[in-house]
Design a protein around this ligand. Structure first.
Ligand code: MN
Ligand code: MN
Length: 460
């Protein structure tokens, strides 16, 4: 049962590949801080690997054949990729599914206001955050503003060295006596996560002069007017690039690694797989952090509908074939796991915790209390995966999210499982999960990408 630290077994070739993967992954993180930015990058990489737009195939009623590679983007915030296998789709697909949304602060619909000659943006946090972690950090604004005529303005401010950053202030320690007596959950309250963006008044103005100056800047530099915030989606995220962590450079620190670490490795595995027997599929979805809801979340019919479109272009669509395709599929719900943290050992049960350097993590179940809300994966499926990972020399471990009754969490796994397919949670261990800066191990990233590829090739 002893599992070695994967670093021990690496030769020069492994280390070269590991480093190349880590560099590409860091680029993906630094350039993908929103769902839309991740989708855009995924499309670029897919096109380079020979994928074509499924929507164009649908418009032209262009037939699909084994070996064909197609992608489909949904509302710019989710993407599906299919690499058609030699076997009929009806015998099932091998699916990798990850999410590309991450916890952050979203601007409210009416965000802009002036208070005591400072101009601020009001936010509403997205996903599970410890609010006190999001103050006194350099933050960037990413997103999209849609004008009334439909024109879209991409916003990306605070990432380049010479660009300004914004952020949320915190109370000075000298006056924090009362604040520090509060429970950590209310030390910084949600309504107080207001982003400071300016302090310079416009000359010759009596009222709201600082806000007026800001509106001039928004108009001049970005062509954005105050009313345009009504139809905008702007995410306030930690500013700065993903970078190596640790003096030995064995780890990566970045914003958004839950779940872009599994999204990127899923995509990489998908693009690397050649001539699959069973159709390979990769799903990168939005809204996991708030319950997988909405048109771009896993609960959307987007995946089912697109699979129907693929079947139709293969000349094989009917309702029964679609249902069989879905139920005969296997899926890795590619999501992160909590890494064992030596600073906080009390929340973990050591035999069933995930460790850095021990490879891909299989979570048979997630959930809270008595496994509530969990997709409890079948041992028959786990046995198949054990064999694949052992045969392909993939380091893996099994874990659950902390001690019994310590807390819990969920993923997208239970949603596709509703079609009757086998699904298991399978991903990378993360330290400081959901914090503005999360940490992963490069060796785990390397093992997970290998594991995902092995699954796409060999699961049947
Ligand atoms: Mn996740
Ligand atoms: Mn999460």
């Amino acid at each position: 049962m002893k599992r070695n630290n994967a670093w021990i077994d690496y030769d020069g070739k492994d280390l070269t590949q590991l480093t190349a993967l880590a560099e590409d992954y860091k680029d993906f993180l630094s350039n993908g801080k929103t769902e839309r930015e991740c989708v855009r990058q995924s499309v670029e990489l897919a096109k380079k690997a020979g994928y074509v737009d499924l929507d164009e195939q649908i418009r032209n009623s262009a037939a699909l054949h084994p070996g064909d590679k197609v992608y489909r983007v949904w509302m710019e915030k989710a993407i599906l990729l299919y690499h058609i296998g030699k076997e009929p789709l009806e015998s099932g697909m091998n699916i990798l599914g990850a999410h590309i949304d991450s916890p952050r602060l979203d601007l409210k619909q009416n965000p802009l206001y002036e208070d005591t000659e400072m101009v601020l943006l009001d936010t509403h946090y997205y996903g599970g955050v410890k609010k006190y972690q999001w103050v006194t950090l350099p933050m960037a604004l990413h997103g999209v503003v849609v004008k009334k005529d439909g024109t879209k303005i991409d916003i990306n401010i605070g990432e380049k060295e010479d660009e300004p950053v914004v952020g949320v202030t915190d109370l000075l320690i000298h006056l924090s006596g009362k604040q520090l007596e509060k429970k950590a959950s209310v030390v910084v309250e949600g309504e107080d996560l207001n982003v400071l963006i300016g302090s310079r008044p416009l000359k010759g103005e009596e009222k709201d002069a600082v806000k007026k100056q800001m509106l001039e800047i928004l108009k001049e530099e970005y062509n954005v007017e105050e009313e345009d915030f009504l139809s905008a989606e702007i995410e306030v995220v930690p500013a700065g690039k993903a970078r190596d962590f640790g003096l030995d450079r064995s780890m990566i620190m970045s914003y958004g690694q839950d779940d872009r670490v599994c999204a990127y490795t899923s995509l990489a595995a998908m693009l690397n797989v050649e001539d699959p027997e069973r159709t390979a599929c990769c799903i990168l979805v939005d809204k996991e952090e708030i319950g997988s809801v909405g048109a771009t979340g896993m609960q959307s019919k987007f995946f089912e509908n697109t699979t129907a479109e693929v079947l139709a272009l293969l000349g094989d669509y009917n309702d029964l074939v679609l249902r069989r395709t879905l139920q005969n599929s296997y899926m890795l719900s590619s999501d992160v796991s909590a890494a064992f943290d030596p600073n906080y050992p009390s929340v973990m049960e050591k035999k069933n915790a995930a460790y850095f350097g021990k490879g891909l993590v299989l979570n048979k179940y997630t959930g809270a209390r008595g496994k509530s809300g969990s997709n409890d994966a079948n041992p028959e499926f786990i046995a198949k995966l054990r064999k694949i990972f052992d045969d392909e020399n993939v380091a893996f471990q099994t874990a659950e999210l902390g001690k019994v009754d310590q807390g819990g969490g969920g993923t997208i796994a239970y949603i596709p499982a509703a079609y009757g397919m086998n699904v298991i949670d399978c991903g990378v261990a993360v330290l400081s999960m959901h914090a503005p800066w999360e940490i992963t191990s490069k060796s785990d990233i390397y093992e997970v990408e290998k594991g995902y590829e092995a699954f796409l090739k060999h699961c049947r």
